[in-house]
Ligand binder design. Sequence first.
Ligand code: NDP
Length: 614
Amino acid sequence: MTDHAQAAHEQVERLRALREKYAQERDRRIRPDGATQYRSTLGEYGYYAKDPYTPRSDREPLRDRIEALVIGAGFGGLLTGAGLRDAGIGSIRLMDEAGDVGGTWYWNRYPGIHCDIESYVYMPLLEETGYIPSRRYAPGEEIRQHAVRIAEHYDLYRDFVGHTRATGLAWDEDAAEWIVETDRGDVFRARYMITSSGTLTQPKLPGIPGIERFAGHTFHTSRWDYAYTGGDADGDLTKLADKRVAVVGTGATGLQVIPHLAEHARELLVFQRTPSTVDVRDNRPTDPEWAETLAPGWQRERMDNFLEVLAGEPVESLVDDGWTSTHELQRSILSGSVDGSLSEEDRLLREELDDAVKMDALRARIDEIVDDPSTADALKPWYRYMCKRPGFSDLYLQAFNRPNVTLVDTADTHGITALTETSIVVGEAEYEVDCLIFATGFDVGVSGVVSGTLPVSGRGGRALLEAWGMGPRTLHGFTTHGFPNLFQLGPMQNANSVNFVHILQEQALHITTVIARAQQVGARRIEPTAEAEDAWCRTVVATSRDVSDFQAQCTPGYYNGEGSRTIGGLTYSPGPVAFHRLLREWREGDMAELLVIDDADERVRESAEIGVSA
Ligand code: NDP
């Protein structure tokens, strides 16, 4: 055998062994109840989803008319509100179930919370609001305050309603506007209806038998109880000094919160089912001299550059971090171009080899940092890099070297076995604790429109979910035939990225440009033709990349429907860079597929023109 053939043979053998190990690790975690194992915090466990940050005040029901109503006041809603303001729309109402704006950053205030995407590309409208983040990866509270800054800058508090949930949307054909009902007894009328209610919003609990019996203190990370722990998002959880604390979950949230709990709790038990990858974070304060050098347009350029690097475009990376350095491992799994110079088989093999190199390095990092060999072994992730959201921390692994921290591996018992009044049971072992914190994530993709908890009735009283009986149908992911002036933000049938706020910014730009054009040409209705909608659905299906084989090899988690392979709706697989280009070019056209000008509109337009010339 030549040296080359010998090396190739060894590589194949190495991959074979790795595949076997990955399959074993997946199989020991697969649960027959898959995605149904979780408990929702919508009903019986609603206590876990209550707003601990803003007192809910009584108010009289509102009955009024506004131009645009936006459901959801996270970054998607705020960016849409800002765009509508720029487009000259007079009355804009943002509405949210939270007590204030901020979305994810309103709810998630746990100690250690930081952005895991570089803040200069993640935090939107920095130049418009004249703000420079304090750190490369900004703390959550700073991001939340930036959301408030945007709301103030664009005067979006003027008609804001918080602690309010829409309960029904109905299209009034004669008036050409939406009637919106809420859980506060409000009835709003709005010409334009925009929903931006997020994809990871409703906290979920693990389906642990006896969860209702636990009598110690307990809460979910997205509703942090500082009254109990003391301190704030910077840490200093002094009230835990005499407590035995348990945390369940070691995902992106667990990674950030555990170092702070470790520092302050008398004892910390970390209940892990599947370890995350933990790469270098390298956070640092913003260099003021660098900030001085930023020329107008810098943020747009940097955001585009980040997306382009991840999409495999041949550009030099401005961001240069753990996301950009692994872009080749992310691309064929998320979306973007793939290397067309190789056969499919060779491409997959090369990706798998690169993946193994990266994962070996991450596993080796654990041995370097964690002192106790059996703890280090239990912390090692055995799956392909994109099976879970990649994690980054320079504090997490180090926390397991503290004498007061114990890792409890629950892989073989498929998670925690049971809860009693005082204890957590894993197999035969029982751990008595004072406090149990769930870092167990969120229901995926449960926008009320899609789940049916927010019924939408369009032209002729037709229900949206009936129109979507065979699956969602949209033009570009935003609008649906039969549902005029209704726009949805989110990844459905359009693009996705790890920098989701950038995606939302492009979506808001698109929607508000369309609305501005409708106003300009005097179109009262914005509604895709059935043909345009049909053509887009066909495009999405034709371009969609099947990653179910990859997903099926992964340990279970929300990325792969807990091992069921079902990973939510289709997105436009050529990726966000191609999609944004497509939208830009489409906007340069006449938008005839979307802008409906009927007789009534003609009359409105004529009278407007007379008004203008008079
Ligand atoms: P995840 O869904 O990622 O993690 C939930 C954790 O709970 C997992 O470790 C899971 O284990 C564990 N778990 C669930 N059920 C049980 C059980 N019965 N017993 C033991 N463990 C259990 O939620 P996160 O809140 O960590 O993150 C959600 C998403 O939020 C991220 O993927 C990311 O998109 C976003 N996020 C973003 C941040 C940012 O800075 N931009 C920061 C934090 C979160 P298993 O893996 O085995 O299912």
